[in-house]
Each structure stands twice: as structure tokens, then as C-alpha cells.
Design a protein around this ligand. Structure first.
Ligand SMILES: O=C(O)CCC(=O)C(=O)O
Length: 344
């Protein structure tokens, strides 16, 4: 089997935004404190010395000079104003982006999220941060899944995939949704904005796969070219294959039930995605029209240890590689943005 235990997770997780907010908040306080030291508050009734100094108001130290200070100090405060504005603007931008950074504005699990949407107890897919192409080919490409860390820098792509930016760029574009059952044939077309605003909610655990619409694949690469050209796929190719992208966004608790096809990579951009994998010779027990969530609740708990799949939750920035014809099913633990590179 390919189980190698869980190796070096090394990702920030939900704590990231808290840390970000703390440091920006702290910087603001420091800035305010040092400014306060350089520009003391005005005396109770500042002596009017000209029309433009007559009425200090709240925030006066931001807009005006520093009445009552000796000329040198006042000049310093005046000169500091553009810098101060720049610093405040930078901090505001940082605060906004650090808050958005953890989930890109895509919702984390809320009160409506299904209870079973949790990470596995033990990740049984190897995590590799330092994998060479030679070792990839020799040890994984034809025999077992692996999670790749730090292979590419997709931070620009990630920035373009925030909820706000995708809606601004592609809100009116029509996207094609598939049903989330193993043999999915039904397609539904609707504007991307409508999908995001009205359909991107946590999975209902009792819905059947053919009633669950999933945005993954069927992408319009012409219309969305300005986005996809910023994606760097994993740099490991397989002889005789051509890479093809499949981009998706789906709600917490949604996923695709067991199926198989050719080899490929799947990267999480925002959110977390739990994977279940079986080698080609070990067909899993599953109902093709039940969701992964239903399978996890109804079938998974009764599996003996030897009947369990390989499994792991892929964090944002990680890439899972699945070899040819391996059975796999997915479960989004959060509202997730993700992209696969199929090697067909
Ligand atoms: O990302 C998903 O949820 C589905 C991925 C998948 O099944 C695939 O890449 O074949």
C-alpha cells in the first residue's frame, strides 16, 4: 500500500487570519502610539493663530499641523502626513487581505455545515515537500498517490480566485454544472454569479448525487483564459500524456463519489478537500447515486481496517497525485476552490 503516515503538515490553517489581523492591529497601535508621542494632543483651548488653525476637531492631527508645538515639531508633523496616510492605507490593505487570505472570502463551515465534515484521524497518503521528478516517476507515478508540497507558487492565481475577484471578472459568464453521482450525465448551465450566490451552500446529507449540482470541469477556457494563464500546474509530466485542466468551486460537504480514470493532480486553492482512494484491483463498496457524505456516514464507519481506503485531507496549496485507474472520492470540508490537471 501507499500508506506512509502523515508527514510535516506545515500549513497555517484557520489560525492564519487571526495571526494576520493581530499583527496588523498591533502595527496600527504602534503607529498610533509613536504618532501620539511625536504629536501630542492640543491644549484644551488652542490659541487661534490664523483662520486655518481656528478649530481643531477630532482627528485634527491627521489633517492639520500640530498647533501649539514649536515650529520644528510642527514641521515634522506636517511632513509626516503623506507618509502617515501611506502607512495607514498600506495597513488597511494588509488588514483586508489578511482577513480574506485564509478563505478568499469563500465561506468557512458555518452553523449550517453538516456535522460529519471533518478531517480523517490518520492521513495515510505520504506528504512530500522535496520530491524530485526521478523519485516521483520511480516511486509514485505508476503505483501510489502522493501529496506534493511547495512544488509551484500559485499565489497570484490564488489572489485571482477570491470570491470578490471571481465574481467581478466572471459573474456574468455561464458555467456548466454536473451532478455529483458516479455516472454523471446531467448538465445545468447558469451564470456564475447565480451559482455562487444561490447554490453554493453546505451539502444536504440526505440529497442524492443526481440532485447535487457540482461545478467542476466543463470549463470555458476561452472565456476564463485570463484566469487559467496564471495557474502553474505541477511540473511533473508523464510520457505520452497531455495535461488538461478542470477548475471547480463547491460547498462544504459536497464532493464526487467513487470513480476512476487516468492519472492526474488535484490542487486545493481555498478550503480543504478530503480524499478517499483505492487501488484499481480493490473496488470499493459504494452506491453510485449516493453522495460521498452519505457514504462517509453510512458505509465508512463499518469498514474493517483492511477495507479502509487510503485517505487524507488536502490543505490549500497542496497537490494530490492520483495514479491511473485508482478509485477515488472527494469531500470538500469547506467551501473550496480547486483545480485538477488530468494527464490524458
Ligand atoms: O475535486 C473534486 O472534488 C473531484 C476531483 C476528481 O474526482 C477528479 O479529479 O477526478
Amino acid at each position: 500500500g501507499g500508506g506512509g503516515g502523515q508527514q510535516g503538515r506545515g500549513r497555517g490553517g484557520p489560525g492564519g487570519s487571526v495571526r494576520g489581523t493581530w499583527s496588523v492591529g498591533t502595527a496600527l497601535l504602534h503607529l498610533q502610539a509613536s504618532l501620539g508621542a511625536a504629536s501630542p494632543r492640543p491644549p484644551e483651548a488652542p490659541p487661534p493663530s490664523g483662520p486655518e488653525e481656528a478649530a481643531p476637531q477630532a482627528g485634527w492631527w491627521l489633517h492639520r499641523g500640530t498647533p501649539g508645538l514649536p515650529r520644528g515639531g510642527r514641521l515634522m508633523a506636517l511632513e509626516a502626513q503623506p507618509l502617515l496616510w501611506l502607512a495607514l492605507w498600506t495597513l488597511a490593505v494588509l488588514a483586508r487581505s489578511s482577513g480574506e487570505d485564509a478563505d478568499g472570502g469563500w465561506r468557512r463551515p458555518g452553523p449550517g455545515a453538516p456535522a460529519a465534515v471533518t478531517e480523517e484521524e490518520h492521513c495515510t497518503v505520504e506528504r512530500r515537500a522535496d520530491l524530485s521528478y526521478a523519485e516521483f516517476v520511480q516511486r509514485y507515478a505508476f503505483s501510489r498517490p502522493v501529496i506534493l508540497q511547495g512544488l509551484t507558487d500559485n499565489s497570484r492565481f490564488r489572489d485571482l480566485c477570491t470570491r470578490q475577484r471571481l465574481l467581478a471578472s466572471f459573474g456574468d459568464s455561464v458555467v456548466r454544472l454536473s451532478t455529483a453521482n458516479t455516472y454523471s450525465y446531467q448538465k445545468v448551465d447558469l451564470p456564475f454569479e447565480k451559482y455562487v450566490e444561490q447554490m453554493l451552500h453546505p451539502q444536504d446529507p440526505i440529497s442524492m448525487g443526481n440532485d447535487t449540482l457540482y461545478f467542476f470541469g466543463d470549463n470555458n477556457f476561452t472565456e476564463w483564459a485570463s484566469l487559467f494563464r496564471h495557474y502553474s500546474p505541477p511540473p511533473f509530466s508523464l510520457l505520452g500524456t497531455t495535461p488538461a485542466y478542470s477548475f471547480g468551486i463547491a460547498g462544504a460537504g459536497s464532493g464526487v463519489p467513487f470513480h476512476w480514470h487516468g492519472p492526474g493532480f488535484s490542487e486545493v486553492i481555498y478550503g480543504r478537500k478530503r480524499w478517499f482512494l483505492y487501488p484499481p484491483e480493490k473496488t470499493p463498496k459504494f452506491h453510485p447515486n449516493k453522495t460521498t457524505l452519505a457514504w462517509l456516514q453510512d458505509t465508512y464507519p463499518a469498514l474493517t481496517p483492511s477495507a479502509r481506503p487510503l485517505e487524507c485531507t488536502i490543505q490549500a496549496g497542496e497537490v494530490l497525485y492520483f495514479p491511473d485507474r485508482w478509485w477515488h472520492a472527494t469531500l470538500n470540508l469547506d467551501t473550496s476552490v480547486f483545480i485538477s490537471t488530468f494527464l490524458g
